[in-house]
Design a protein around this ligand. Structure first.
Ligand code: IPM
Ligand code: MG
Length: 358
């Protein structure tokens, strides 16, 4: 009988609905595995701005640091779209990543056999695709200084800086190798070393780290070429490791290649903390309608059980229950196709929970 503590950040838009679904799945895990999770809720994003004036209140950060893992729904919505960038809900997300030092963002993209037709690619191209993008999350051009809009000789100039120290590169690259060595043992490192010095250093560090992982096959790709190969031969990728902005772009691409954004979970991990969230956003257009797809959030919970609590068996049980529910033909509207059964958030969750019972 274990006692675990998680912080729950529902956020905005469909966030509360999909997180509630995941928490119901967690209830089932408690029942089946005889563990208990203490859950503390806190505010982030637009709702936190409305309540406290800050997208990431001090209290939220404190609670996150005081728990073993964080489960997050989504942030943002029309209401806050016109605020300046440093006051927006998204800033809460960028700050929590930095404050918790969540330097490695794991974004798996695999094709679910029952949904293979929802990929924009031909079935035979996408078949068997199962890749994981490891994106550096707390440095690079998102955070580098100098940054801003300045004036030079009466004209405005916009500046951002792509900067990486070798230690920042090394820790995320090592994470990539470690994960690859537990999967199909293939790592693709993505950079732009034909143009950027920072990428030249990236590639050097990757080569140094390779020596510690002799059984992992390593491939280097330039980011533009990688974008092309993900569409041409998605099933040949195992783990991709790359910097912050390249990973932002490539993980969206990998996501669309395998079918639906509503199916993509993510984990953001550091040495001490970990945060789990669906890749899709707050979808304000369908918020409160009971039709959001809860699967990405439930899969994020599954990643949490595996990576933060070592509960591999519970994680597999959830993934299998989802697969079975899809095989039975249940679909939320975002993944619906003719001949399948359209259900809302609650029924989809009920079906998944039922399938966990065997
Ligand atoms: C993501 C998103 C964020 C990012 C935005 C919302 C700040 O696109 O998590 O991929 O760029 O990191
Ligand atoms: Mg993104």
């Amino acid at each position: 009988m274990g006692e675990f503590k998680i912080t729950v950040l529902k956020g905005d838009g469909i966030g509360p609905e999909i997180v509630d679904s995941a928490l119901r799945v967690l209830d089932k895990v408690q029942e089946l595995f005889g563990v208990s999770f203490e859950r503390e809720e806190a505010l982030i994003g637009g709702i936190a701005i409305d309540t406290t004036g800050d997208p990431l209140p001090e209290d939220t950060l404190k609670r996150c640091k005081d728990s073993q893992a964080v489960l997050l729904g989504a942030v943002g919505g029309y209401k806050w779209d016109n605020l300046p960038t440093d006051k927006r809900p998204e800033k809460g997300l960028l700050r929590i990543r930095k404050e918790l030092d969540l330097y490695a963002n794991l974004r798996p993209a695999k094709v679910w056999e029952p949904l293979i037709h929802s990929s924009p690619l031909k079935d035979e191209v996408v078949k068997g695709t199962d890749m994981l993008v490891v994106r550096e999350l707390t440095s690079g051009i998102y955070y580098g200084e100098p940054r801003g809009i300045f004036e030079e000789e009466g004209k405005r100039v916009g500046v951002n800086t792509m900067r990486y120290t070798e230690d920042e590169i090394r820790r995320v690259v090592r994470k990539g190798f470690e994960i690859a060595s537990k999967r199909r043992k293939k790592l693709t490192s993505v950079d732009k070393s034909n143009v950027l010095e920072v990428s030249g250093l990236w590639r050097e560090v990757v080569e140094e780290e390779k020596k510690n992982f002799p059984d992992v096959e390593l491939e280097h790709l330039y980011v533009d070429n990688c974008a092309m190969q993900i569409v041409r031969r998605p099933s040949t990728f195992d783990v991709i490791v790359t910097g912050n902005i390249f990973g932002d772009i490539l993980s969206d691409e990998a996501g669309v290649v395998v079918g639906s954004l509503g199916m993509l979970p993510s984990a953001s991990v550091g040495e001490k903390y970990a945060l789990y969230e669906p890749v899709h956003g707050s979808a304000p257009d369908i918020a409160g309608k009971g039709i959001a797809n809860p699967i990405a959030t439930i899969l994020s919970l599954s990643m949490m059980l595996k990576f933060s609590f070592g509960m591999d068996e519970a994680s597999e049980l959830i993934d299998k229950a989802i697969e079975r529910t899809l095989e039975e033909g249940y679909r939320t509207p975002d993944i619906y196709s003719e001949g399948t059964k359209k259900v809302g958030t609650k029924e989809m969750t009920d079906r998944i929970i039922k399938n966990m019972e065997g």
